[in-house]
Design a protein around this ligand. Sequence first.
Ligand SMILES: CC(C)(COP(=O)(O)OP(=O)(O)OC[C@H]1O[C@@H](n2cnc3c(N)ncnc32)[C@H](O)[C@@H]1OP(=O)(O)O)[C@@H](O)C(=O)NCCC(=O)NCCS
Length: 191
Amino acid sequence: MTAEASYRTRPLTAETWDDFAALVEANNGVWGGCWCLGFHPEGVKTGTVSEHREGKRAHVEAGTVHQILVYEGDDVVGWCQYGAPGELPNIKNPKRYEQGNDSPPDWRIGCIFTGSRHGGKGVARAAVTAALEAIKAAGGGVVEAYPEQVSGRPPQRGAYFHTGPEPLFEELGFVRDRQIAKWRWVMRRTV
Ligand SMILES: CC(C)(COP(=O)(O)OP(=O)(O)OC[C@H]1O[C@@H](n2cnc3c(N)ncnc32)[C@H](O)[C@@H]1OP(=O)(O)O)[C@@H](O)C(=O)NCCC(=O)NCCS
């Protein structure tokens, strides 16, 4: 297990917006301008990069986003987005997902991101751990994550890890519920 640095976490709010924006801008808007909108109802199908930025900001100001920011010193180095399914309706592989969706979750983990210079140091672990603590504080329930399987294939990196790697969720007590793509699983945990 990676030795965890002493990371601090804070929620994404109007007060922490500039810290979040600094990390997104340092990473070219993330995916060339997603601004972590993909799971939100409007997604990233339309709009310019600056519209995505303003769209995310509008969610922050309206309180329609739940997102943990991980700080190293004064800098945000990563995040984990979470929320109720209605807040984050756009998951990947929706048709396969809906086929087995007999009991919808109370919460889902959306995008996870660690800044390119901070990988492999426990940032994502700190982010997801803090998201689970926030979910517990908000009343808890069934939490779903949609990570990529990493066993049985060559080492992977890249953007499709935006929902995280399976071992991270296993370590945090999630178990496989069902497969929704060749390498993607629904995993669940109750908090
Ligand atoms: C996947 C990602 C979130 C991992 O972040 P990280 O901070 O490096 O992860 P951590 O150091 O907290 O790792 C925790 C555990 O996850 C697992 N893990 C992390 N990266 C992994 C990888 N590339 N392959 C397999 N397992 C991995 C390991 O089990 C690790 O524990 P260990 O280090 O003790 O082995 C990061 O690489 C990333 O942001 N990728 C791009 C995702 C993206 O594009 N998001 C867009 C959001 S809009």
